[in-house]
Ligand binder design. Structure first.
Ligand SMILES: Nc1ncnc2c1ncn2[C@@H]1O[C@H](COP(=O)(O)OP(=O)(O)O)[C@@H](O)[C@H]1O
Ligand SMILES: C=C(OP(=O)(O)O)C(=O)O
Ligand SMILES: [K+]
Ligand SMILES: [Mg+2]
Length: 526
């Protein structure tokens, strides 16, 4: 596998492209987040999603009630148990999302060159010439000539399932718009995107808070996906989580949806635990020729500070088709080459016809792209960015990756408690999987004693290259020397059982021995 690495920057022998990919245990180092919904909520389908490589499940509270999502989550738990595959849980908030509710049960067809009125009067029924919106300030927020998109496939506005409107007149609280393309809106809820306006609503709404403090607390959510426009949005959410018991351990990922988020990107990145590039919304907010540039710039910034970055909306067409378009397949590979940690699937798994096939197709594309990723070049950039003098841990982490590549180790094993050491290793984008062995720590909050570790292990399921294993808390973490040897043996056995570690392989281990952090190389006998 490491004999003659292909690099995109070097000439590739064309025939080598046709060599079939060898099957490996790890479908890809890049992770796949699947949004669970009507077409992906049975134990059977979720099990197949996990087996195909989904390692994070997203619950989108923009639709569906808590009971519905609870049922899906119980099924996810059963699937985890039967497949023995770990899966993290993401709660996606609604935020100041603009919505039109259609209570009529009938699809609504809007005809090109006709007029439609958007009204904040939500007692009105939706029709092809009147659409009630959940935003009282709409008439003050827009002006003649502005662009409004309604529907799900919001990129170009030319799809038949979404509509592109141009504001033609503002009259009192209502806004009259010219319909630019004929489209039929189906379902009970349509999202609305108005380009480049500030919506004067809080990023974390009362409804979001209610859901987090009930459903979120009940289910110990690992990651909160937050509609983010500025760094304070993250601070407020963190403050809110800090009062919810175990949820103070929940990671907050900033969902960058619009120009405001783009302008404040650097400050947001400092506060957030990770970033989600919501390209659905961003893609219509930005001129099309700028989308790739923001993606590359944002991913680079995340990579350099070692924070996970997730890219959305890659294979929309697989919602209804078994194969992605050429553009989509290439787009997935480019997201990997740009440096994303994970790919987020929305409609494709939520309400698409091929959730399992979508996951395995995306996984295969990711795995191919990873093979030609120029690790050497990337590594140099990352080291240069940190500069002199490195922290001890950063130096240990980068050295572990360097050593593992030089000795062609099949895997890196990293002992970690907070997950920080393992994330730092992942930052240097090793070409081999990292088994992060999370060692539970006993902690108390005055009321009760509990073990840490479960959050930390699951949270690494969204990071490229990290494959967590939660050590048995009965191994006392204090007496490091003796017990770590037995945990190491368990980790090696784990790797062997899954076929990623074979006899005579070399393995790089990163751990603390006494007070010193060490990187050691071990050569296995059998
Ligand atoms: N329980 C443990 N046993 C052995 N080594 C550990 C343990 N926890 C962390 N380490 C190692 O200690 C070093 C410091 O990592 P640090 O970031 O402090 O750990 P953590 O991941 O627990 O925050 C790293 O080399 C890491 O591999
Ligand atoms: C993921 C996105 O949106 P949603 O939360 O509506 O699925 C997106 O806009 O990229
Ligand atoms: K949402
Ligand atoms: Mg969106």
């Amino acid at each position: 596998m490491h004999s003659s690495p292909l690099l995109l920057e070097e000439p590739i022998r064309m025939a080598s492209i046709l060599e079939p990919s060898k099957p490996t245990f790890f479908p890809a180092m890049t992770k796949i987040v699947g949004t669970l919904g009507p077409k992906s909520r049975s134990v059977d389908i979720i099990s197949r999603c996990l087996d195909s490589g989904m390692s994070v499940a997203r619950f989108d509270f923009s639709w569906g009630d808590p009971e519905y999502h609870q049922e899906t989550l119980e099924n996810l738990r059963a699937a985890i148990k039967s497949t023995k595959k770990l899966c993290a849980v993401v709660l996606d908030t609604v935020g100041p999302e603009l919505q039109i509710v259609n209570t009529t049960d009938q699809p609504i067809t809007l005809e090109e060159d006709t007029l439609v009125v958007l009204t904040p009067d939500q007692s009105e029924e939706a029709s092809s010439n009147l659409l009630p919106i959940n935003f009282s300030g709409i008439s003050k927020a827009v002006k003649k000539g502005d662009t409004i998109f309604i529907g799900k496939y919001l990129f170009t506005g030319s799809e038949t399932a979404s509509v592109w409107l141009e504001v033609s007149e503002v009259d009192g609280d209502d806004v009259t718009c010219l319909v630019r393309n004929t489209a039929t809106l189906t379902g009970s809820l349509f999202t609305v995107h108005i380009s480049q306006i500030h919506i004067d609503l809080p990023s974390l709404t009362d409804k979001d808070k209610e859901v987090i403090s009930t459903w979120g607390v009940r289910n110990n959510i690992d990651i909160l996906s937050l509609y983010t426009r500025q760094a304070e949005d993250i601070c407020h959410a963190r403050e809110f989580l800090s009062k919810l018991g175990d949820l103070k351990q929940t990671h907050i990922y900033a969902k960058i949806e619009n120009i405001e988020g783009l302008k404040h990107f650097d400050e947001i990145l400092r506060e957030a635990d990770g970033i989600i590039l919501a390209r659905g919304n961003l893609g219509i907010e930005l001129p099309p020729e700028k989308v790739f540039l923001f993606q590359k710039a944002a991913i680079y910034k995340c990579n350099m500070v070692g924070k996970p970055v997730v890219v959305t909306r890659v294979v929309d067409s697989m919602t209804d088709n078994l194969r992605p378009t050429r553009a989509e397949a290439t787009d997935v590979a480019n997201a990997v080459l740009d440096g994303s940690d994970a790919i987020l699937l929305g409609a494709e798994t939520l309400r698409g016809q091929y959730p399992v096939e979508t996951i395995s197709t995306v996984g295969k594309i990711c795995a191919e792209a990873e093979k030609v990723h120029n690790q050497d070049l990337y590594f140099k950039k990352a080291v240069k960015y940190v500069g002199e003098r490195m922290s001890h841990l950063e130096s240990i982490a980068s050295s572990a990756v360097r050593a593992a590549i030089k000795v062609r180790a099949s895997v890196i094993i990293c002992f970690t408690s907070s997950g920080r050491a393992a994330r730092l290793i992942a930052k240097y984008r090793p070409t081999m999987p990292v088994i992060s062995v999370v060692i539970p720590q006993l902690k108390t909050n005055q009321l009760r004693w509990t073990f840490t570790g479960a959050f930390e292990a699951r949270q690494s399921l969204i990071v490229r290259g990290l494959f967590p294993m939660l050590a048995d808390p009965r191994h006392p973490a204090e007496s490091k020397s003796g017990t770590n040897e037995s945990i190491l043996k368990v980790a090696l056995d784990h790797g062997k059982a899954f076929g990623i570690i074979k006899p005579h392989d070399r393995v790089v281990v990163c751990q603390k021995v006494g007070d010193s952090s060490v990187v050691k190389i071990i050569e296995l006998e059998d």
